[in-house]
Design a protein around this ligand. Structure first.
Ligand code: GRF
Length: 215
């Protein structure tokens, strides 16, 4: 079974979705550790309650991004992960860190990339007046919120939407596609070819999830 390490900074609802999928027998991985750069991250408590090793590394205690990333990598590598899963980890990672985990570093982003990289994606989607919004799981490259796309989910944007209602609709899809992507990795059904993700033939039509839900 593959080992994964999950990095968080806050709420940890994607972490919860991954733990729930594992507990339901839908995610055949060993969640070896959860690491946060913020002590108050609710996800640390979630991890502890689930019996998963939980670590906090304070980025403010390091003089440079590279020094923090080196300490983070050392902590991660103690668990020999096959995959490192960024689940709301709110730090820009240095190029050296990203290269070290090339092909085994995944992120979830709350937009249909390449639209709306960065922060405040739901507000920006509303301001742009797009009719379709969503979320993306991708492998990480040194460019922020960029990299080979694994799976995306699309949701409608409604006239009545606020930032809160839209982000809640997207988050429900995040909780479906992230465990799905990690499962494909765990089952060796993902490969990277010339910077693009190839899925096992039987999955090729499942990398997009269209949600018609309007609540
Ligand atoms: C999610 O919207 C995720 O896409 C983004 O940060 C948020 C984290 O939420 N990268 P949570 O901590 O998993 O609840």
């Amino acid at each position: 079974m593959k080992n994964i390490v999950i990095l968080i900074s806050g709420r940890g609802s994607n972490l919860e979705a991954l733990i729930a999928a594992r507990d339901a027998g839908n995610l055949p991985v060993n969640i070896a550790a959860v690491i946060s750069n913020r002590p108050e991250a609710m996800g640390l408590e979630t991890a502890q309650k689930a019996g998963i090793a939980a670590h906090f590394i304070n980025h403010k205690a390091f003089s440079s991004r590279e020094a923090f990333d080196a300490a983070l990598a050392e902590c991660i590598d103690d668990f020999s992960p096959d995959l490192v899963v960024l689940a709301g980890f709110m730090r820009i990672l240095s190029e050296g860190f990203v290269r070290h985990y090339e092909g085994r570093l995944m992120n979830i982003h709350p937009s249909l990339l390449p639209s709306f990289p960065g922060l405040h994606t739901h507000q920006r989607a509303l301001e742009e007046g797009v009719r379709i919004h969503g979320c993306t799981v991708h492998f990480v490259t040194p460019t922020l919120d960029h990299g080979p796309v694994i799976i995306q989910a699309a949701v409608p944007v409604l006239e009545s939407d606020s930032e809160d209602s839209l982000s809640a609709r997207v988050l429900r899809q995040e909780h479906l596609i992230y465990p799905q992507a990690v499962r494909w990795f765990a089952e060796d059904k993902l490969t990277l070819e010339n910077g693009r993700v190839r899925l096992a033939a039987e999955l090729a039509d499942h990398a997009v999830l269209i949600s018609p839900e309007i609540r």
